[in-house]
Design a protein around this ligand. Structure first.
Ligand SMILES: Nc1ncnc2c1ncn2[C@@H]1O[C@H](COP(=O)(O)OP(=O)(O)O)[C@@H](O)[C@H]1O
Ligand SMILES: [Mg+2]
Length: 322
């Protein structure tokens, strides 16, 4: 295992108040995988990542990173990892090449070695075209690529990326996903945080879903979605909600009914039904509603998403959180 944590906790104390940001997290990250920590704002993602990368000390728990004990040998951990924070570096009056060479020297490489390594990194991140231009002239996507290039200058075994695509346009996001996959192909394991469901689903080999400082689910995107077996039917019935709920939950092919998120059109909560076979369930559901003279305002059928996993574990939707 590249990362192993047991009972990892962080409690912040400020002005007599204490915040339990991370409350006992057990994680295992394997060699060569893209591992994601998915959760809403304030879930404890950044705090977890900062502990794993030695930037802050855990309050409690055992952690090993790249075979080193975090508490006993943080310097060894630091040598083996790269870290790219959410905010990224500065928009300085320097060029990408200069920044990369400086980073190489910080990690103890000679000037010559640093320049050679910078050239390789510039090419693999497709930065060579503007490598000698001031960083302040870069677009957001170009700057983000440079941030990550800086993180891999010393060839870490493991790279931490905090929200690597937050604030990027769709095209830059897609590029970034390709960069991250390319890093994995070259043997670097990635530990990233995200609050984007699609990013977790498309990019991560495995992920942990975190909420209020606790891991609520862990697995591959596919295995997590399979846990929410069957299909999801979402029905909007407007103000007939109270009648429709018991009517539908009484059907034997309906495993569960939950009051879902509010319908954007009416403001009334939608009904989420978990059924074995959506196509077979739909006509039956409509017949039942019709029998009670309830006309649905909307009806939707979909395969479970990671949002359904989150919803099932927490009772809230990650999609609504901004
Ligand atoms: N230095 C700090 N002092 C006090 N509270 C903090 C500090 N850093 C983070 N927190 C709190 O810890 C919780 C988790 O924060 P964070 O790890 O940044 O979440 P995320 O990255 O998932 O959005 C939040 O409630 C946040 O306000
Ligand atoms: Mg964060």
């Amino acid at each position: 295992m590249l990362i192993e944590t047991r009972g990892l906790k962080k409690t912040f104390k400020s002005r007599g108040k204490s915040v339990e940001a991370v409350r006992g997290v057990d994680l295992s990250v394997k060699e060569g995988e893209i591992f994601g920590l998915l959760g809403p704002n304030g879930a404890g993602k950044t705090t977890t990542m900062r502990m794993l990368s030695t930037l802050i000390e855990p309050t409690e728990g055992q952690v090993s990173v790249c075979g080193h004990d975090l508490a006993r040998d943080p310097a060894a951990v630091r040598r083996d990892i790269g870290f790219v924070g959410q905010e990224g570096g500065t928009w300085g009056e320097v060029t990408a090449r200069e920044e990369l060479i400086m980073q190489g020297r910080l990690y103890g490489r000679s000037k010559r070695d640093s320049a050679a390594r910078a050239a390789v990194v510039l090419e693999s991140f497709q930065l060579d075209e503007f490598a000698d231009r001031m960083v302040k002239t870069y677009s957001g996507g170009q700057k983000r690529r440079l941030d990550i290039a800086l993180g891999v200058m010393h060839e870490p075994k493991l790279l931490f990326l905090d929200e690597p695509t937050t604030g990027l346009d769709p095209q830059s996001r897609a590029h970034m996903w390709d960069e991250v996959r390319a890093l994995r192909e070259r043997g670097t394991a990635i530990f990233l945080t995200t609050h984007y469901l699609d990013e977790a689903d498309a990019l991560c080999d495995r992920l942990a879903i975190i909420d209020h400082g606790e891991v609520v689910a862990e697995g591959t995107p596919l295995s997590l979605k399979k846990e929410v077996a069957g299909d999801v039917v979402v029905i909007g019935v407007g103000d007939r909600h109270a009648e429709a709920h018991p009517l539908l939950s009484g059907k034997d092919f309906v495993r569960e009914v939950e009051a879902g998120e509010p319908d954007p059109a009416t403001g009334v909560a939608l009904l989420r039904l978990y059924v074995d076979d959506g196509a077979a369930a739909l006509p039956e559901l409509l017949r039942a509603l019709d029998g009670a003279r309830i006309t649905p305002a909307s009806i939707e059928l979909h395969r479970p998403s990671l949002d359904d996993v989150f919803l099932k574990q927490t009772g809230r939707s990650l999609r609504e959180e901004k």
